[in-house]
Write a protein that binds this ligand. Structure first.
Ligand code: HEM
Length: 468
């Protein structure tokens, strides 16, 4: 039964709640249909567990910004919590462990963004490997999936562990494969059943694969930690792991949420969050750029003009590239990379737009709903960079652009991700022309559902640009 003054929603069935109202393969369309029937705030039952789905800019901002401390928790009793053993930063509840680890990650990312060996340098270094891979495929057709996943993984790996891996390295293959699988398992049909019907949790059903993948990643993390402990010089950190170990030395004996066990899950979180998101956004970018060649060409004209005489692009160049900026943002809008954000949870009994929501309620933030919300976009349902340009051709960012979510739990890798997307797209578009292969048929833009949305596998043809 719904608590008093709880948001409305469809009637639940015994045991299953409302999960039979949803396509377990991809519930995004069902969420939109339910929004049409019940409004921007409605409720569902996953088994006997009540959940509130929040859609639209107004309601999402009211929850995540105005009532931030009430809506910034994370549920602690779901498949993904059991699989990750309740450690790390992404799924940590709103409290001191989360706060200390979030602050530490932001500070370390900022510190590594400064100075000679800056984040921009690291990204450019990795782009050279992408260029080499593409150059080997000139005139042929290639599948860019592994290349983009590995490039994104290497960029974050350098910050975390001070190392990158060749694209055919076993380590990177295993770990990136675990990430891509778990991004689909974590909110796929079996995880939904695990969350809704607790009596099946101990059974050997397909969700076990998710647990196994986390264990594989943890054992790799443990190995990297052991190597770091052998080779580090205290006080002279090479990467985030060294910084964390220095912090552990300082905190020795104090009550603190920092520990070696935490460190393993923490680096795993940052590695996962920094890989699957950026790479799927890049895959979406090149799918659209190939199939809208006039948009690709217009980007190239702007890039050639702004970078004339320069060796390479810098992140600051974005201010003089309004069209490219608009395209990068439009790609993110269409990619809708994390469509339901990461699930939130109420930390107190609270109210939202007249409804009462008890403490501990699962909150699903429907980011998908704002990225194509009518009234906020000139062209909500088509790929069109005009969504981010005003009448003077200047770049503008509508308030409904929130692929990184908003409020205290907003993506902590946003600055890194924005830098990666801009530098990678500009450098590759300057050097190559990307062509949709003649035999590839009609492009399919509908993505595969998961915590992250992934474009269906495709091939691309590359040519060196005549102007190079
Ligand atoms: C295009 C790329 C990316 C997108 C679209 C994206 C999107 C998101 C979203 C929607 C959330 C959930 C926010 C919420 O709970 O309300 C999130 C959380 C997070 N992201 Fe990203 N992300 C991206 C890249 C990255 C990168 C490169 C990193 C690497 C450092 C990263 C690290 C994290 C972490 C650690 C969290 C959890 C934050 C917390 O719970 O406090 N993300 N991201």
């Amino acid at each position: 039964r719904r608590p008093r003054n709880f948001p409305p929603g469809p009637s639940p069935l015994p045991v299953f709640g409302n999960i039979l109202n949803l396509s377990l393969e991809n519930p995004l369309k069902d969420f939109e249909k339910l929004r049409k029937s019940y409004g921007d705030i409605y409720s569902l039952f996953l088994g006997s567990k009540p959940a509130v789905v929040i859609s639209g800019v107004k309601a999402i901002k009211e929850a995540l910004v105005t009532k931030a401390s009430d809506f910034s928790g994370r549920p602690q009793d779901m498949f993904i919590n059991d699989a990750t053993e309740r450690k790390g930063v992404i799924l940590a509840d709103y409290g001191p462990t989360w706060k200390e680890h979030r602050r530490f990650a932001l500070m370390t990312l900022r510190n590594f963004g400064l100075g000679k060996n800056s984040m921009e340098e690291r990204i450019h270094g990795e782009i050279q490997h992408v260029i080499k891979t593409l150059e080997k495929s000139i005139g042929k057709s290639l599948s860019p999936r592994v290349m983009f996943h590995n490039a994104a993984s290497n960029i974050i790996c350098q910050v975390l562990f001070g190392m990158r891996y060749e694209y055919d390295d076993e380590f990177i293959k295993v770990i990136v494969n675990c990430f891509t699988e778990n991004s689909k398992i974590a909110n796929g049909p079996w995880a939904m059943l695990y969350d809704s019907v607790p009596m099946i949790r101990k059974l050997p059903l397909p969700f076990r694969k998710g647990f196994k993948n986390v264990k594989t990643c943890q054992s790799i993390g443990k190995r990297l930690l052991t190597e770091h402990k052998k080779t580090r010089i205290p006080g002279k950190p090479r990467d985030l792991v060294d910084c964390y170990l220095d912090e552990l030395d300082k905190k020795e004996g104090d009550a603190s949420s920092f520990s070696e066990e935490q460190l393993i899950s923490y680096t795993l979180d940052l590695h996962f969050a920094g890989t699957d998101t950026t790479s799927n956004t890049l895959l979406t970018a090149f799918l659209y750029l190939m199939t809208y060649p006039h948009i690709q060409e217009r980007c190239q004209q702007e890039i050639d003009h702004v970078l004339a005489g320069k060796d390479r692009v810098s992140f600051d160049d974005r201010h003089t590239m309004p069209y490219v900026q608009a395209v990068v943002h439009e790609v993110q809008r269409m990619a809708n990379t994390v469509p339901l954000s990461v699930f939130h949870c109420t930390t107190n009994d609270t109210e939202l737009m007249g409804y009462s929501i008890p403490k501990g309620t699962l909150i699903i933030i429907n980011l998908s709903s704002v990225l194509s919300e009518e009234g906020h976009w000139k062209f909500p349902h088509e790929f069109n960079p005009e969504n981010f340009l005003n009448d003077q051709g200047e770049f503008v960012k509508p308030e409904a652009f929130m692929p990184f979510s908003t409020g205290p739990r907003v993506c902590l890798g946003e600055s890194l991700a924005r830098m990666e997307l801009f530098l990678i797209m500009v450098t590759l578009l300057r050097r190559f022309k990307f062509i949709w292969p003649e035999d590839a048929g009609e492009p399919d833009y509908s993505p595969v559902y998961g915590v992250t949305l992934t474009p269906k596998p495709y091939h691309m043809k590359v040519q060196l640009r005549a102007t190079q």
